[in-house]
Each structure stands twice: as C-alpha cells, then as structure tokens.
Design a protein around this ligand. Structure first.
Ligand SMILES: O=C(O)C(=O)C[C@]1(C(=O)O)C=C[C@@H](O)C=C1
Length: 419
C-alpha cells in the first residue's frame, strides 16, 4: 500500500478491519494465538496514530493495543509487552510533536532500548465534530434526524458503513455566529480567510476538545469561527471525540477525524478545518534495539533488497543513502563556542544530508539543550543487515564521538517519504 494514505481513504478500511471484526472492544494479547505481535499505539481507537498503525502493520498477525499516552507506547515497547509501538513525530503544518521528542530525550533513563525502525506518513484532514444546534422548525428537525447518523454509536457500524461519506441533508452555510474572517492584528493585518465554512451554526459550542497538535493545524478556522471559545487539551483527537459523544449538553465539539465521527455517532459541524490542504503527519514505528525488524510493504526481505551496494547497477552512494534515514540525539559542551556547528560539520564532512533537526531542553540544567539530528543513510550494524554501501554513517558516528558530550543512537529505517 502507498505509505502516504489519506485518512478518508482509510476510513472504510479501518472500520472494517479493526472495528467491524472486533467491535469496539480493546484489543488484548490473545494467549490462544501465540506468536501474534502486539502493536501499541496512541489511542483510543480512531486516532490518527491508529490509522498509521494499521498502515504499518497490515495483515492478520498483529494485535493492535490502544494506549492512553505516547509515554505508554514507549513503556509498552521498553517492557516488551508490545513488540512495536506507533507514535506521532511531526506534522507538516505544526511541526514536531514535543511529547515524542522528550521521550526520546529520555532524561530519566527509562527507555534505553527504544529505537525507530520505521515511518508512516498519513494525510490528516480534521473535522469539527459535535451535535447540531438545537432546532425549532419541523423541517430543520427532519434534516437533522435523517442527515448525519447522530447517535448511531458503535452498535450500528454496519449501517454507518453503508452511508455515503458526505453529509446528507446538510447544506453548506456560513455560521450565522461569525463572519468567516479572522480579526486583523498588528502582526497579521491581513489574515487569511478560512479554507472551509461550518456546515451549521456554531453559536451553541462553548468548549472544544482536541490534541494540542491539532490546534496549530486548524488555527485559521478556529480564529474565524470559534474565537474565544474555551479549548481543552486531551491525549488524542479520538479521545476528544469520545468526550464530546459523552457530553449530553451537546455544547462541546472535538477537532478529530471522520473515522472518529463514525465510531462515536457524532455529527460533522465542519470538515477539512485544517489550515493547509496537504496537512500530513509523520509517525514513527518504535522497536527495541534487540527486537524484530518492522515489516515493509514489500515483505520482510524488502529492506535488504532496497539497500544495494553503492557501486552496483550504477547506483551512487547518495541514491543508496537516500533510501534510509537515521536519528541520533546528542548534547554539546554548553559553554564552548561553535560546539553545535562542529557537530553538524561532521555530517557535512561525510556527505550525510540532514532531513530534520530539533532541540529540546535537556532536563539536566536550565537553558541546556539536547539536539536531535535525522539524516539520510544508515548504520551498517543497525540490525537491518548490511550498510548503505559507503559506510559514511559509521565513520561519521566515530568522528562525532570526539566532538559531542554525549550521544545516543535512535535507529535507522526505510525512508517512506513520497512512497
Ligand atoms: O490525536 C491523534 O489522533 C493522534 O494520533 C496524535 C496527533 C499528533 O500528535 O500529531 C496525530 C496526528 C495529528 O497531527 C494530530 C494529532
């Protein structure tokens, strides 16, 4: 399957594969089926991370186990209660997922064996989910009752699956409660208008729930149509949908996925509320240093096959290196001028192209930082078989040892960008 999957396209697949077959029960290890792999992911079900997990682990051999927090996913893999974990790493609109970075920083040494062994890109199209505003006229009531499948809940999934993905009986309308334009400020005198309009009035919404990452991805819509409305951070977008479904007042809403709407019988108050149409989140597949490799879409041998020696078949070292990415974290002597520049020069010296760079508080002292550098290529002895043919990563790591204070290897995996 294409590694970059749209969340809408996955919607039916996810419901059939995961919810249809197993209902909405939690997935627990099945002692009757030894050998099945446990995959921990940031849940509850219908989170974007769930979609990423289904994408990375196709087929029957896996039990997907939803976790409450990203830290729970790290802990499951570290303690071997799961063979792999799936966590969000960065979003194309809103940047890095700092919770994940801080767990990789591992200031308290709880996750020494965690490495990245794969990545998945998922297109993220957020919806505003909730209940329609209270209606007065008979015709409006009929529209609502028949239009959205509200209240159908998990028990009616077969019926939900037969519904079209659009919203029958609801016409696009500007919310009467707002202009559709963000208020100009001195820093942003000409704010962009929202890409999308609410499907109904939002005047009854007094509280919105979502994962902190989602606010920044939907900033324009929120400032145009829900300015000043209280926001509450929760552990995931699907948890937000769960909370809104349980709110009998009908005055709360969730920024969440279309799949979560189906699972919780929520109505679409708006669709496509993300600021950028190409909004995409990258997820990491976690494993243990000594654990099994992650499967690839082309089968277990694909990782080896995808790493030809740089000199074979006319392929250059650069092409071979671009098939893999690696991640390390390091700290530098804080008071030494140029220490970070010297560290980065090592990658340049060995022709290693950087693909992301992040800094987080190190946790050791105030204003001291830990750096995360991701680059093309892979370590020869990284548990995935032979190296990229050039040995550049191994040589760079050797040189880095003499430049940085402390460093940690965080894994090599197949580059899935654009696949
Ligand atoms: O809340 C979810 O559904 C998640 O899977 C987490 C998460 C994230 O942390 O980036 C994943 C994708 C979206 O970018 C928003 C939230």
């Amino acid at each position: 399957m294409d590694a970059r999957v749209t969340s809408d396209a996955l919607e039916v697949v996810v419901v059939v594969v995961q919810f249809g077959a197993q209902g909405l029960q939690s997935v627990h290890p099945d002692p009757a089926m030894p050998g099945r792999e446990q995959i921990a992911y940031l849940g509850p079900k219908a989170s974007y991370t769930h979609q990423a997990a289904l994408n990375a682990f196709e087929g029957d051999g896996y039990d997907l186990a939803p976790q409450t927090t990203i830290e729970d996913v790290f802990a499951s893999v570290q303690s071997r209660s799961a063979t792999h974990g799936v966590v969000p790493f960065e979003n194309s609109t809103n940047g890095s997922v700092v919770f994940t970075l801080d767990l990789f920083a591992d200031a308290s040494g709880k996750y020494p064996d965690i490495v990245v062994c794969g990545e998945v890109y998922i297109e993220v199209h957020h919806c505003l989910l909730g209940r329609s505003p209270p209606v007065t006229s008979k015709s409006a009531l009929e529209t609502q009752t028949h239009g959205t499948g509200a209240g159908a809940g998990a028990g009616a999934l077969p019926a939900l699956l037969k519904q079209p993905l659009g919203i029958a009986g609801v016409t696009h309308t500007h919310s009467p409660s707002s202009s559709g334009h963000a208020t100009p400020t001195t820093t942003l005198p000409h704010p962009y208008p929202s890409r999308t309009h609410p499907l109904t009035s939002l005047a009854h919404i007094t509280k919105i729930y979502s994962h902190p990452q989602a606010w920044g991805q939907c900033a324009t819509f929120l400032s145009c149509y829900l300015k000043g409305v209280e926001r509450q951070d929760v552990s995931s977008t699907s948890r937000a949908a769960e909370l809104v479904a349980a709110d009998a007042s009908g005055t709360s809403a969730a920024i969440s996925s279309a799949i979560a709407a189906r699972c919780h019988g929520l109505e679409f108050l708006a669709r496509g509320v993300e600021d950028k149409g190409d909004n995409c989140t990258r997820f990491f597949v976690l494993g243990r240093r000594d654990g099994p490799a992650t499967p690839t879409p082309d089968g277990p041998e694909a990782t080896e096959a995808a790493a030809p020696a740089a000199t074979s078949a006319g392929e250059g070292a650069d092409d071979a290196a671009a098939k893999f990415k690696s991640l390390i974290s390091f700290t530098v002597p804080h008071a030494a001028p140029g220490a970070l520049a010297d560290s980065l020069a090592v990658f340049k010296n060995h022709g290693l192209n950087l693909t992301s760079i992040n800094a987080r508080p190190s946790g050791e002292a105030a204003w001291h930082y830990i750096f995360f550098v991701e680059f093309q290529g892979r370590k020869g002895e990284a548990g995935l078989g032979r190296g990229n043919g050039s040995g550049a990563v191994d040589r760079a790591l050797e040189e880095l040892e003499g430049v940085v204070e402390q460093w940690r290897w965080l894994g090599s995996w197949e580059n899935r960008l654009g696949k």
